[in-house]
Design a protein around this ligand. Structure first.
Ligand SMILES: NC(=O)c1ccc[n+]([C@@H]2O[C@H](COP(=O)([O-])OP(=O)(O)OC[C@H]3O[C@@H](n4cnc5c(N)ncnc54)[C@H](O)[C@@H]3O)[C@@H](O)[C@H]2O)c1
Length: 338
C-alpha cells in the first residue's frame, strides 16, 4: 500500500485529487489542510462546499489532518507518523488577485509553507517523490512572434512573473530544484492553468460567469473579453497529476498541464450563453492587469505522461453548469469580493 499525502487537500483541486486517488486500492490517502480561505465575503459558499467535500472525503476513507504547514513542529510530527512515500503539495494562496491584495499571506502560505514542508521531507522523512503544483503564472507575459501572435510557452521558456503569486510560485520551484541538487530530493513540478469545475469557490472567472448567468445577472467582459486563457477542466488536471505519481518519466521533470488551447474570455461568455440563453453579456472598462497569455505547450506531458485532455471548453462548461445548478439556491454571490 503506497501512502500519499496531499497538502491543501480540502481545496478545489486537492479534494478532487484525493477522492480520485482513494479509488485506487493500492493507495492510502491522507490530506493536510486547516481550511484557510481569503475572501471574507465568500465564507458562506466556502463553508457550504467544505461540508460537501469533507463528507465525500470521509466516504472515500481519506484521512483528514487539520494542520497548518506554518506549524513546523506539528507537520514534522505528523509526517514522521504517516511516513508518506509520495507528497503532492497543493497548499497555497491560489488566486493571483488574493496574493496581490495580501502579499504577506502569499509569502507565508506559498513560500514559507513550502520551505517548512521541504525541510521536514529532506531532513527527517525522505519521500520517493515530491510533486509540486506550481502555476503557468511563473511565465509572466507569454512571448510573441514578429507578427504579434502569442508563442505557446514550453517548460524551457523564460520565466518572468509580473505579479506576487507567480513570483512566489517560481521561488518555490527554484527551492525545490535546489533541494534536489543539494539533498537529492526527487521531485515533479506541474504548471496548470485556469482550472474550472465543481466545488471551486475562489471567485475565478468561470465560476463568476456561470453563477452570474444562472442568477440572471449580466456577465461583464473586462477589456472586451479579449484576454486568452487555456481553460482546463478539473478531471483533466486530476488525471494529469495522477499520471506523475509513479511514472518514471515524470521524475525530476517540470510539466505544463492544461487543455492546450487558448480561448478568449468572450468565447467563454458566449459558450455559457448557448447553454443559458437569457444570459446578458456586457463590456466593462476595467483595465487589463494580468499577463498576456494563451495556450501552454503541453507536448512534453503528452509525450512523457501520455497526457490526453478530454474536455473542450464546450464539453466541460456544459457539465459544470449542471453541477452549479444543483447548488445555486444555497450559495451567496456578493457584487464585490474583498
Ligand atoms: N485553480 C487553478 O486554476 C489553478 C491554476 C494553477 C495553479 N493552481 C495551483 O493549484 C493548487 C490548488 O489550487 P486550488 O484551486 O485547489 O486552491 P484552493 O484555494 O481551493 O485550495 C488551496 C488549499 O490550500 C490550503 N492551504 C493554504 N495555506 C495553507 C497552509 N499554510 N497549510 C496547509 N494548507 C494550506 C487551503 O486551506 C486550501 O484548502 C494551488 O497550489 C494553486 O496555486 C491552481
Amino acid at each position: 500500500m503506497k501512502k500519499i499525502l496531499i497538502t491543501g487537500g480540502l481545496g478545489f483541486v486537492g479534494s478532487h485529487l484525493a477522492i480520485e486517488l482513494s479509488k485506487n486500492p493500492c493507495f492510502s490517502v491522507s490530506i493536510i489542510d486547516p481550511g484557510k480561505y481569503f475572501f471574507a465575503k465568500g465564507l458562506h459558499n466556502y463553508n457550504y462546499y467544505n461540508n460537501i467535500k469533507i463528507n465525500l472525503l470521509h466516504q472515500n476513507k481519506v484521512n483528514i489532518f487539520n494542520i497548518d504547514l506554518l506549524n513546523s513542529e506539528k507537520i514534522t510530527k505528523l509526517i514522521k507518523e504517516i511516513k508518506p512515500e509520495i507528497i503532492v503539495h497543493l497548499a497555497s494562496v491560489s488566486v493571483a488577485g488574493v496574493a496581490d491584495y495580501y502579499p504577506d499571506k502569499a509569502k507565508e502560505n506559498i513560500f514559507d509553507a513550502t520551505y517548512n514542508l521541504l525541510q521536514t521531507v529532506v531532513n527527517k522523512v525522505p519521500v520517493e517523490r515530491f510533486i509540486y503544483i506550481s502555476s503557468s503564472m511563473v511565465y509572466g507575459h507569454f512571448p510573441k512572434d514578429e507578427n504579434g501572435n502569442i508563442i505557446l510557452p514550453n517548460e524551457d521558456a523564460p520565466c518572468n512573473p509580473i505579479d506576487i503569486y507567480g513570483s512566489f510560485k517560481l521561488c518555490c520551484e527554484h527551492l525545490i530544484k535546489a533541494f534536489h541538487y543539494r539533498k537529492k530530493l526527487p521531485y515533479v513540478i506541474i504548471r496548470p492553468t485556469a482550472i474550472y469545475g465543481h466545488n471551486d469557490c475562489n471567485f475565478r472567472v468561470t465560476e463568476l460567469f456561470v453563477t452570474n448567468a444562472l442568477l440572471g445577472r449580466p456577465i461583464l467582459l473586462d477589456n472586451g473579453g479579449l484576454h486568452l486563457l487555456d481553460f482546463t477542466y478539473i478531471d483533466d488536471v486530476v488525471k494529469g497529476i495522477c499520471s506523475t505519481i509513479e511514472n518514471p518519466n515524470a521524475l525530476n521533470q517540470t510539466f505544463n498541464l492544461s487543455y492546450g488551447k487558448g480561448r478568449s474570455i468572450k468565447e467563454l461568455a458566449e459558450i455559457i450563453q448557448q447553454y443559458i440563453p437569457d444570459t446578458k453579456i456586457e463590456k466593462s472598462n476595467f483595465p487589463p492587469f494580468r499577463p498576456n497569455r494563451g495556450a501552454l505547450d503541453i507536448s512534453k506531458a503528452k509525450q512523457l505522461l501520455n497526457f490526453s485532455p478530454e474536455f473542450s471548453l464546450e464539453k466541460g462548461i456544459k457539465i459544470y453548469i449542471e453541477q452549479v445548478k444543483e447548488h445555486i439556491l444555497n450559495l451567496h454571490y456578493p457584487v464585490k469580493y474583498f
